[in-house]
Design a protein around this ligand. Structure first.
Ligand code: GDD
Ligand code: MN
Length: 397
């Protein structure tokens, strides 16, 4: 179909779920709002009319509404397509090959031209006028503005006790598995928000299920997050698509993000483990009566230093390889090595102190005490090397 034809549908992007940063200046507009739909035939006309009136008021001709429909059996896409002649800011995508709420939103953002990207449910459960407050927050400089049921002025309308309990339970679980993300949001389940394109641009997204906001916050850069309270309205037409499956997917999603955010730490631990073998090997070569038979302390110091150098090299090329490549040159590498050395030596001192505290003061078993000391010092080593040696300021990086 010709793309310039007035009633043409948007093409469906394929490939990885990544929003581009550099779209040509001539096509850039201020705001793109995605409406994911599945069987919203009874709501689509009303929601488009209400949103158009509202946005025409604040952003005349500088916004677009993008309906992303997953080939709904009720033909929501077709009903939306029929609205195209009357709503010049409206565009419609019909997805056939792919399904799911989160990916629908990302596919919409991928074709969007807005500098600011947003999402809203198409069933009118998200009060449209809240868009004005969200927009205001973005204009003040926020990187993300979230409509929240748990912020001032927010709430739910007629929810049963069990539904409230399930919703809070899901949030608690998120807090346990993914604290650094979930604790930044009073309503991490929200599907009503605006983000700056630059905050998620060129990051590969890989969500499971419904919770697109958690995905964005875990993988993007958001120094400034702002919230606006809203009351989640009852559905007046159509029905919710939430089943037990969404709960399973939610947990799957949390675990996937946990692994993603812990990847560096896991690499760092593996490198540390390799260092144990280097240390042991050289201790044997240097001090064993059948080999060089050097004094024990001297051998241990050399073996430990070699292990530190081994760990440094692996971390510099692998664990923090992406960052090292941005700080090239021998001088820079030497600087990182010296810092790494000092931090690890400080870690060794802390190791001895903790071991003594746990063993002598608290009376713990010495091997258990040593294990705890090693675990704590690994975290110390990781954190300070991350922040000082490789100078990562944004952990999501
Ligand atoms: N394209 C597409 N594909 N859209 C979908 C799909 C899908 O598989 N599943 C649901 N949608 C659309 C719906 O048509 C609706 O516009 C929106 O996504 C939300 O779906 P609902 O099924 O109405 O969800 P809900 O009201 O129970 O749950 C909402 O709860 C949160 C409360 O804060 C979620 O949608 C969140 O977005 C919302 O914020
Ligand atoms: Mn809904």
């Amino acid at each position: 179909m010709d793309i310039n034809e007035p009633n043409a549908l948007l093409p469906t992007p394929l490939g990885c779920l990544e929003v581009l940063s550099n779209i040509s200046n001539s096509s850039l507009i201020r705001f793109s709002l995605i409406l994911p739909t599945y069987n919203e035939g009874m709501n689509i006309q009303k929601v488009i009319a209400v949103l158009t009136e509202l946005l025409d008021g604040i952003l005349p001709e500088a916004y677009e509404l993008i309906v992303v429909d997953d080939d709904s059996p009720d033909q929501t896409w077709k009903l939306a397509q029929a609205l195209l002649p009357d709503y010049p800011q409206l565009q419609v995508m019909r997805r056939v090959a792919e399904k799911g709420l989160s990916t629908a939103v990302i596919r919409g953002w991928q074709v969007a031209r807005g500098e600011i990207l947003g999402v809203i449910d198409a069933d009118l459960q998200h009060p449209p006028e809240v868009l004005l407050s969200l927009w205001q927050q973005m204009q003040r400089g926020a990187d993300l503005a979230v409509a929240s049921r748990n912020a001032d002025g927010g709430g739910v309308s007629e929810w049963s006790l069990i539904r409230r309990f399930l919703s809070r339970g899901a949030q608690m679980l998120g807090l346990l598995i993914l604290p650094e993300v979930i604790s930044r949001l009073s309503d991490p389940m929200s599907g009503y928000f605006m983000i700056r394109r630059s905050a998620i641009a060129n990051r590969r997204l890989s969500p499971v299920g419904y919770k697109i906001l958690i995905e964005a916050v875990a993988r993007g850069r958001f120094p400034w997050i702002s919230e606006v309270g809203y009351v989640f309205q009852e559905r007046r037409a159509g029905e919710s698509k939430v089943t037990w499956k969404q709960y399973v997917e939610y947990i799957q999603h949390l675990l996937r993000l946990r692994l993603f955010l812990s990847a560096r730490f896991i690499q760092f631990c593996l490198v540390g483990f390799s260092g144990v073998f280097v240390d042991m090997g050289f201790l044997y070569l240097l001090s064993d009566p059948t080999t060089l038979h050097l004094p024990l302390t001297r051998s241990k110091i050399i073996a430990a230093e070699l292990a530190i150098i081994n760990n440094f090299l692996w971390n510099d090329f692998w664990t923090f390889g992406d960052i090292s490549r941005r700080q090239p040159g021998k001088r820079q590498r030497l600087k990182r090595l010296i810092k790494f050395n000092l931090i690890c030596l400080a870690g060794l001192t802390i190791n001895v102190v903790i071991l003594n505290l746990l063993f002598n003061v608290l009376g713990l078993n010495r091997y258990l005490a040593n294990l705890i000391a090693i675990a704590l010092v690994t975290v110390w080593n990781f954190w300070f090397n991350l922040k000082l040696s490789w100078r990562v300021t944004d952990v999501g990086n």
